[in-house]
Design a protein around this ligand. Structure first.
Ligand code: IMP
Ligand code: MG
Length: 181
C-alpha cells in the first residue's frame, strides 16, 4: 500500500467522490441504452479492471465479461502505437453487443487498433467506454460513446493506472509526481 505521503503522488485529478458519481451516471446511461440486451463488457487489462468492476455494478442488466491484454511497444510512459495481443478473448463476439472498456485514451492508437481488431469479429454492435481521455492528444477525434472524464496532459496514476505496476489500487486518479521513465 503506498503511503499517503508518498512523494510520487501528485495533485488529485479525479477524486473518489467524482469517480463514484460519474460511474453511477455512466452505468445508468448504459442501462438505458442497452435495455433488453445483455452487453458484453470487454476490459483491456490491466488498467481497466478497477473501472470495469465498478462500472459493471452500476449497470442494471445481465452483463457478461471478457478481458484482453495488450502490450504496446515503447517506454512505460509513452505508446508506440504498435500493439501486440498478449491475452485474447475467450468469448466469440459474433452477434454480441460489445462495450470495450478502457482506462485511458491518450494518443488513441491502442484504441484504434483494438476497435479494428474487434470489429473484424462481427459483433452486433461495438462501443467504447473510456474512463479518461487526455485532452488534445488524439490526432483524429475518436468516436467514444461513453467517457468518464477529460483530463489535462499530465501522466496520471491510480484507479487501475500504473507506473511499473504500482499505484493501481489508489482509490483516486492523481498526477504522477515521480521521474519520467
Ligand atoms: P494510447 O495508445 O496512446 O492511447 O495509450 C493508451 C494506453 O497507454 C492506456 O491503455 C494505458 O495503459 C497507457 N497510458 C496512457 N496514459 C497513461 C497515464 O497517464 N497513466 C498510466 N497509463 C497510461
Ligand atoms: Mg499501462
Amino acid at each position: 500500500m503506498p503511503a499517503l505521503d508518498d512523494a510520487n503522488l501528485g495533485e488529485i485529478v479525479v477524486s473518489e467522490a467524482d469517480l463514484k458519481a460519474r460511474i453511477a451516471a455512466l452505468g445508468h446511461q448504459i442501462t438505458e441504452d442497452y435495455a433488453g440486451r445483455a452487453p458484453l463488457l470487454v476490459g483491456v487489462l490491466k488498467g481497466a479492471f478497477v473501472f470495469m468492476s465498478d462500472l459493471a455494478r452500476a449497470i442494471d442488466l445481465p452483463v457478461e465479461f471478457d478481458f484482453m491484454a495488450v502490450s504496446s511497444y515503447g517506454s512505460a510512459t509513452k505508446t508506440s502505437g504498435v500493439v501486440r495481443i498478449v491475452k485474447d478473448l475467450d468469448i466469440d463476439l459474433s452477434g454480441r453487443h460489445v462495450i470495450l472498456v478502457e482506462d485511458i485514451v491518450d494518443s488513441g492508437l491502442t484504441l484504434s487498433y483494438l476497435r479494428k481488431n474487434l470489429k473484424a469479429r462481427n459483433p452486433a454492435s461495438l462501443e467504447v467506454c473510456a474512463l479518461l481521455v487526455r485532452e488534445g492528444r488524439q490526432k483524429r477525434s475518436p468516436t467514444l460513446k461513453y467517457v468518464g472524464f477529460t483530463i489535462p496532459p499530465a501522466f496520471v496514476i491510480g484507479y487501475g493506472l500504473d507506473v511499473a505496476e504500482r499505484y493501481r489500487n489508489l482509490p483516486y486518479v492523481c498526477i504522477w509526481g515521480g521521474a519520467e521513465s
